[in-house]
Each structure stands twice: as structure tokens, then as C-alpha cells.
Design a protein around this ligand. Sequence first.
Ligand code: FFO
Ligand code: ATP
Length: 206
Amino acid sequence: MAAAAMNMQTQSAKIRKDLRQTFRNKRLALSTAQQMKAGKQLVKQFQEHAVFQNAQNVALYLSFNGEINTQALIDHLWSLKRNVFVPILHPFCKGQLLFQAYTPNTKMRHNQLGILEPVLDVRYVCPLENLQLILTPLVAFDTSGNRLGMGGGFYDRTLVALQNKKHQATVAGLAHELQLTSTLPTETWDIPLPYILTSSKLYSFS
Ligand SMILES: Nc1nc2c(c(=O)[nH]1)N(C=O)[C@@H](CNc1ccc(C(=O)N[C@@H](CCC(=O)O)C(=O)O)cc1)CN2
Ligand SMILES: Nc1ncnc2c1ncn2[C@@H]1O[C@H](COP(=O)(O)OP(=O)(O)OP(=O)(O)O)[C@@H](O)[C@H]1O
């Protein structure tokens, strides 16, 4: 690669790294009470929008590091007898996620990134094409639906794989309102999100 192009790339990586730190700190500054409230309001918002209704198989995630609390939403989906799936780091395909069923009885463990995940049991892994709704975590989002994640590229890879499937799932990011910024720097592999749901509104990008 030419030196100038290399320099551009390292600069962009540094900007993304700094933005990650800034927005991770912002969401970590929320109190437990604020997190609980945001999690409950997220359920209200979820119930208000037609795009989220009727999905039987829903991919969600278990919140950490100040991410908007998803437990109330998971409880809500369980009460409706919907199936909830959460990500597992693929045991040998580095950077890939598997989505496995999550119930109150699922045996859990901490993965190498310190996040709780179900103990792998292939019987309960859901193929991407069987998911009707995928709700993704994010660190920051902008007014065009661009998403900045934790930096592993896990969801970017999932979203690419999804584009190649016949059955199109609805994909939406979940976030606190304070994770919104006007413009994020993007990379060639980034896939913008069509929807982002916060505790106060649904952002629709088309
Ligand atoms: N709740 C949740 N689950 C998720 C994600 C997420 O963003 N949120 N992911 C979305 O992709 C995947 C995990 N991605 C992650 C990427 C980096 C780090 C992280 O903490 N990195 C540390 C260094 C960790 C280490 O190497 O020990 C750091 O940045 O300080 C965590 C998760 C799958 N599961
Ligand atoms: N579709 C893809 N195929 C292969 N590598 C990818 C793909 N998408 C992203 N990557 C790689 O993953 C790394 C991290 O990407 P990026 O910084 O965009 O992660 P992120 O979106 O913040 O994280 P995440 O999606 O896990 O929340 C980059 O080095 C990139 O090259």
C-alpha cells in the first residue's frame, strides 16, 4: 500500500478508536436507575412500532459496558412466547457470531471478551435465515444510520452474511439517545442500519 493511503487508514482507525472511547464513557456514566428506566422505556418503544411485531425468532444480546439494558425487552419477548437468541463467539471461525436460544434455564459462561454467552449446544443454534428480527448493539450511531461497534467487526460480518440470504430479517440497532452523533467516519465494510431504536424514539433511515 502507498505510504499516503496507509497514513489515511491509520488516521481513520485512530479516529474510530477515540470515538469508541468517548461514547463508551458516555454510556458508562449512566446510573443504574437511569439504565433500568431506559430499559423499560425501550420495551414501550418496541411495542409501539409495527416493524417489530410478529417476529417469532429474535436475535438480541446481553448488555454490558453501559449498553442499553436489554433484560426488560427479553422478559417481554419471553412473556409473548417469542424465541430469543443471543450471540456466541464462533468456536473456530474467528470474528463470526452464532445465535443460540436463550431462556431462563440456559447454561451460561463468560467468553474471552468477558461477555456472558450460552454454553454452545448446536441443537439450539439458529441459522441466520430463520431469524425474523436482529437487534444489534452499538457504541455510536449517526443521522444516516451508520453504526460504530466495539471494534471486532462481528456484526458487520453477520450483516454481510444476511444480505446473501433469501429471507430478509429486519435489522435494528438499540441505543441510548446519547449515542447519537451527527456524522461517523465510515469504512468500506460498514453496513448502515435501516432502523435504530432508543428509549425515546425509532429512527428510520432509507
Ligand atoms: N453485549 C454485547 N455482546 C456482543 C457484542 C457487543 O457489542 N455487545 N459484540 C459486538 O460485536 C460481540 C463482541 N464484541 C466485542 C468486541 C470487543 C470487546 C472488548 O471489550 N474489547 C476490549 C478488549 C478485550 C480483550 O481483548 O480482552 C476493549 O475494547 O477494551 C468486547 C466485545 C458479540 N457480543
Ligand atoms: N465483512 C467483513 N469481512 C471481513 N472482515 C471484516 C468485515 N467487516 C469488518 N471486518 C473487520 O473487522 C474489523 C473491525 O471492524 P469495525 O471497526 O467496523 O468493527 P465494529 O463495527 O466497530 O464492531 P462490531 O461489528 O463487532 O460491533 C476491521 O479490521 C475489519 O477489517
